[in-house]
Design a protein around this ligand. Structure first.
Ligand code: PLP
Length: 400
């Protein structure tokens, strides 16, 4: 073993530990759900993106079991090399109908869909204009492209600041293509991008729009079709990214848009070209999850009932949920150490909810990020609130 590497790793890990940034994942010992078994303990899980409870839905489980009997497990190869299975094809047809777009291309993850799509549609003559709170996978996708994108060069606008976006666009006329990219629902704040204003500005300045709907998929719009549907912007958002890993409960990501966009990505999207396809069982389970979303309004109604209840309970108890508009509900603590202590004490009380601190969010804006889901009962939420109140009183938070 190379000592140079080993000592570098040890030093860097120690630095993370010194800054309280070192992560050790907890071990989940039961299926996803509102209440789970974790590290040998039963806890209310407020840190999952299984918004609709589909990760362990009986119809999805059954479709997966049947698909394994029919197809076995692995796909065997990259899709354009080994042949794309009929079930992958069917999933893309279904998703395109669901999104009301011409075509959809599925990738193995939402992260991969960003890193596959963004660099494929940009050249060095183009510019990317981004919201400052965009997700890490957008940022990485943008960094893989040869286009101009840097904050230091003025191509990042303040969070949802439409004056700054317009300023960027007004300076970008000399580029060949202009791309505006934004989260649909912001993953740490739970607020919604002002997509109608973004689309209007894009049309005014001849730019195209890509929206990352990872946290809007299954949550916003008709049957959970996302932010474009939520704002009735059909046909006006050029590229929509959705995830199949969060509300849809399985794994994967997709790009929805025009037929030429799909054909281009099949030819130029590097993760599509060089990474093996999902096992067919994944596609079959996702088709079953889509069936539930399209035909059974109950999980989405339950998600939103619980979301409203949870926000109201927190507000009545005096917590600040930072203007969140979706199930992602940050509970503002402020101080970094206090947030981490809150996380630890909540765990003692049987509630699993993670502290999010600098550098993921700004200094002094540390928070506990909570996500109610369709899988939670009213009792789960009441118990969780009691734990929050108890921990706050115990730590003397917000006392002055
Ligand atoms: C989670 C997330 C992704 C990645 O999706 P996966 O399917 O988990 O890879 C992409 N973008 C945003 C905004 C996300 O929150």
């Amino acid at each position: 073993m190379n000592q140079n590497l080993q000592s570098w790793l040890t030093d860097e890990i120690q630095k993370l530990k010194d800054r309280h940034l070192y992560k050790v994942p907890k071990i989940l010992e039961s299926p996803a759900g509102g209440v789970v078994q974790m590290n040998g303990k039963e806890v209310i899980n407020l840190s999952s993106n299984n918004y609709l409870g589909l990760a362990n839905h009986p119809k999805v489980r059954q479709a997966a079991t049947e698909a394994i009997e029919k197809w076995g497990v692995g796909a065997g190869a990259v899709r354009w090399i080994g042949g794309t299975t009929s079930v992958h094809d069917e999933l893309e047809e279904r998703l395109a109908k669901f999104k009301k777009t011409e075509a959809v291309l599925v990738f193995t993850g939402g992260f991969t869909a960003n890193s596959g799509c963004i660099p494929a549609v940009l050249t060095k003559e183009d510019v990317v204009i981004s919201d400052e709170l965009n997700h890490a996978s957008i940022i990485d996708g943008v960094r893989l492209s040869p286009a101009a994108y840097k904050k230091s060069e003025g191509w990042v606008y303040g969070h949802k600041n439409m004056d700054e976006l317009e300023d960027c666009l007004s300076r970008a006329g000399h580029f060949k293509k202009r791309m505006i990219i934004t989260d649909g629902v912001f993953s740490m704040d739970g607020d919604i991008a002002p997509l109608p204003e973004i689309v209007t500005l894009a049309e005014k300045y001849d730019a195209f729009v890509m929206v990352d709907d990872a946290h809007a998929s299954g949550v916003l719009g008709q049957n959970g079709a996302g932010t474009a549907s939520h704002f009735s912007l059909y046909g006006r958002v050029d590229i929509q990214l959705g995830t199949l890993s969060k509300a849809l409960g399985v794994i994967g990501g997709y790009i929805a848009g025009s037929r030429p966009l799909k054909n281009w990505l099949i030819n130029r999207g590097r993760p599509y070209l060089f990474s093996t396809a999902h096992p067919p069982v994944v596609a079959a389970a996702l088709i079953a999850a889509l069936d539930v979303m399209e035909n059974d309004p109950e999980p989405m109604n339950q998600l939103w009932d619980n979301t409203r209840k949870w926000k109201q309970m927190l507000a009545e108890a005096g917590f600040d949920t930072m203007g969140s508009e979706t199930p992602i509900t940050p509970v503002l603590i402020g101080d970094e150490r206090a947030a981490q202590e809150t996380e630890r004490l909540l765990w003692e009380e049987g509630v699993y909810a993670l502290a999010i601190v600098y550098p993921t969010v700004a200094l002094g804006k540390a928070r506990i990020r909570t996500m109610p889901s369709a899988a939670h009962t009213e009792e789960d939420l009441s118990k969780a609130l009691q734990a929050f109140v108890k921990v706050r009183d115990c730590l003397g938070l917000f006392a002055n």
